[in-house]
Design a protein around this ligand. Sequence first.
Ligand code: SF4
Length: 417
Amino acid sequence: MAVEVVTFGCRLNITESETMQRHAESAGLGDVVIVNTCAVTAEATRQARQSIRRIARERPEARIVVTGCAAQVEPETFAAMPEVSKVLGNEEKMKPETWAAVRDFGIAATEKVAVNDIMAVRETALHLIEGLRGHTRAFVQVQNGCDHRCTFCIIPYGRGNSRSVPMGAVVDQVRLLVEHGSREVVLTGVDITSYGADLPGAPRLGALVKAVLRHVPELERLRISSIDSVEADEDLLDAIANEKRLMPHLHLSLQAGDDMILKRMKRRHSRDDAIRFCDQVRRLRPDMVFGADIIAGFPTETEEMFSRSLDIVAECGLTHLHVFPFSPRPGTPAARMPQVSRDVVKDRARRLREKGEAALLRHLDAEVGATRNVLIELNRIGRTESFTPVRFSSPVERGDLRPVTITGHNGRELLAA
Ligand code: SF4
């Protein structure tokens, strides 16, 4: 039986799952299911435990190895599960020798829990891969960890402090992916706007974007994953303005629209900073489309404060809104703050989603009749340059990148023949 990987969470986890699967396969392991967990919410951890129990029922012969951020921040939770054979930390999971040890000594013989102090990790190694199974778009890890300590966030305790992949290694990885057919690459990490602070000469994210586009001229589409708008550097703004292969879509880690709440979240930007950034970027790149993460119901949030999160959707001109109902994450300062009642949290999340859906509808309406370059993925779905999904009515070739006339939309996706 092959090695199976079940991945929760972010793009970083997706790239790491690919690397782990390769390490486990080249170590000759079989009958192993790797569950790569996420810890961003208590719900994410609950879902991982639920899927572990399901896997154990459906594949009683398989040995289950749990990795990822939930395994890193609460290894004892998974070690206590009889269904689990091994718990690996976020650094251990990426080492080929970890999987070789599992093969050589057999899972039972090695320590059940191998999770080191992630805060002690200083480097992030890039494991070159030719592509991502089942993905048309390739994610490239350029950074890991985070030096910030937003009061609602557990990620730094799962991923450690910020560390960057040297620029040359990133360029080599992108070139290898393009040589193996990838037409679109996404630079990803935990806090990519802090890219380079730990590297000689402290190159910023903008310099990395320019280096990738300069040294890999065959790359057709480059994206960057979620950014902290207030930490965008001059080179990045220049690339946004002048590099057509850098896609006109930015996902912002906004989190709230009220300054007092942003302060209590320990975010580095104000609402005016965010609005100013979007205005500036739109002047540089008029076709730019913004997405954003916003939390509804953060502790101490009043109705008046929440109204400013509703307002910022239009003030920043957001199109792709990801709404997170606040859920207290044990171990974070926000979990110890006076909580907003669950009903109010849910109601605010509903209202914010409605606001987001209305903004998306305006965007979809405006796209009808336009011709857009679309990269085709699986199941007759593709994405425009502004990351808007397009559903095709007729069979299309996965990996194909071509101009498409938009014929309509279904309220969530654009439609094409
Ligand atoms: S910037 Fe804040 S929200 Fe993002 S990973 Fe770091 S601590 Fe978490």
